[in-house]
Design a protein around this ligand. Structure first.
Ligand code: GLU
Length: 472
């Protein structure tokens, strides 16, 4: 049974890189009908916050990355870590080290000034035939892992290929601090072991931890999981993705009007491929996802592509659902959404024309708040030639059935009667009704509004700019 986990440290938002790691771990478990574990690595009490935990849970929920087990909180597992440390001390795979921080600092200084790499010198490490110093009174010891002194630690990384590290490069890691609290790498090891994780899929900022973790797992007699280290994500500009690139938090994409399915599809292709497929559902992704097609090179974020995908998913999305997503955005701007015009009808008319929900909200807003068309647009389209045509059209509007086809017919009749071309009427209508030059087909646009609203908005022409002589 495949078991994967996502193990964020709650020190900030769920960012894009974390979300991709979560997605890949989730999809791998789904693909193999396995188990996806959520584990919150909150042992850094200074940097972890409940808000960050909530932000992670919210982000996961928004993306729909449901876990099968957890969330487990490392702070709630302290007794377990302590028990394992005791076992390791008893088995001799860990030992107490009474070196004080001052002594350690002095040692490092000496090593540095002698041109050596600073490292623990093993003075408290038990060896056959070695006599250890007498533990000093009043010095609380740390516990160190007795790392193998020779040989190599190697693994076949499922993304990066074989990685080998000489044990001589690794000094004896502190696994419990002087106050008894376990350290980061140790908690990860105990959890991956006890949670039966078979595949560790995580960012490659953890590659350096892996040899140490493998050595500890071996010392515990644990099955060593397989590792897949994902390369980092670069921003549009090729620099490491950071706050400078704007949307770092996944929930920021929600605020910015992206659909979760677009973000998921986008993240799915960020460093993984399935032939030339760019657009796929999560069902397809879970059926296809494998670790063989993850690129070892860094993936570059491409906002344009995300916008393209979002536009695609907006086109396909259920209109009523989009309306429920747009409504709170309008309300947040102080726009009261009334029954008429119908938000569903507005969304239906525009969802093929926008890249984000916020753009959809921008357009929808003009249906509820009378626009103030710019003077230059009025001057451009309310020409002396167009005005009598417009006036004629407006006068006849109340007499037709209020529906697209009848409005379309009336537009054509009026244009023909005045011997003009369609844009002569369509453009002033667009500008007066929405303040915009580009809108969906003008008959469909008009039909969304109640007749009274249309008459009120078109009357602006009469009040604001029309010389009385051209109006009846
Ligand atoms: N807690 C670590 C992080 O948020 C991840 C640890 C792991 O995946 O092994 O970077």
């Amino acid at each position: 049974m495949i078991r994967t986990r996502f193990a964020p440290s709650p020190t900030g938002f769920l960012h894009i890189g974390g979300a991709r790691t979560a997605l890949f771990s989730w999809a791998y478990a789904r693909r193999h009908s396995g188990c996806f574990v959520l584990r919150i690595e909150d042992t850094d009490l200074v940097r972890s916050t409940p808000e960050a935990v909530q932000a992670i849970l919210d982000g996961m929920r928004w993306l729909g990355l449901s876990h099968d087990e957890g969330p487990f909180y490392q702070t709630q597992r302290m007794p377990r870590y302590r028990a394992v440390i005791e076992d390791m001390l008893a088995a001799g795979s860990a030992y107490r080290c009474y070196m004080t921080p001052d002594e350690l600092e002095r040692l490092r200084e000496e090593q540095r000034s002698g041109g050596l790499k600073p490292r623990y010198d093993g003075r408290w490490r038990p060896e056959p035939g070695k006599t250890l110093p007498i533990p000093p009174a009043g010095v609380p010891p740390v516990v160190r892992f007795r790392n193998p002194a020779t040989g190599v630690v190697a693994w076949d990384d499922l993304v990066k290929g074989r990685i080998e590290i000489a044990n001589s490069e690794l000094d004896d890691l502190v696994i419990a601090r002087a106050d008894g609290t376990p350290t980061y790498n140790f908690c990860v090891v105990v959890d991956d072991w006890e949670m039966g994780i078979t595949h560790v899929i995580r960012g490659d900022d953890h590659v350096n931890n892996t040899p140490r973790q493998i050595n500890i797992l071996r010392a515990l007699g644990a099955q060593v999981p397989l590792y897949a280290h994902l390369s980092m994500i670069l921003g549009d500009d090729g620099q490491k993705l950071s706050k400078r690139h704007g949307a770092v938090s996944v929930m920021q994409y929600d605020d910015d009007g992206y659909l979760p399915e677009a973000v998921l599809n986008y993240l799915g292709r960020l460093g993984w491929s399935h032939g030339d497929d760019e657009i796929f559902s999560m069902q397809q992704f879970c059926a296809w996802f494998d670790l063989d097609h993850i690129t070892p090179s860094a993936a570059q974020f491409n906002s344009e592509k995300l916008n393209w995908l979002n536009a695609h998913y907006l086109k396909r999305a259920d209109t009523a659902r989009l309306a429920t997503l747009v409504q709170p955005r309008l309300e947040a701007r102080g726009v009261t959404v009334t029954a008429a015009p119908s938000l569903v009808a507005i969304v239906d008319l525009h969802k093929e024309r926008v890249a984000t929900l916020n753009e959809l909200a921008d357009l929808a807003q003009t249906f509820y708040i009378d626009p103030r068309p710019k003077a230059e647009l009025m001057a451009k389209h309310l020409t002396p030639e167009a005005l009598p045509l417009l006036a004629d059209f407006v006068a006849r509007l109340p007499d037709i059935p209020w529906e697209v086809a009848a409005i379309g017919t009336l537009i054509k009749e009026c244009v023909t009667r005045h011997g003009l071309k369609m844009p002569r009427l369509a453009m002033p209508l667009r500008v007066l009704l929405t303040g915009l030059e580009q809108t969906p087909a003008v008959d469909a646009l008009m039909a969304v509004f109640p007749l009274e609203t249309v008459l009120r908005r078109l009357a602006v022409a009469r009040e604001a700019t029309l010389p009385q002589s051209v109006l009846r």
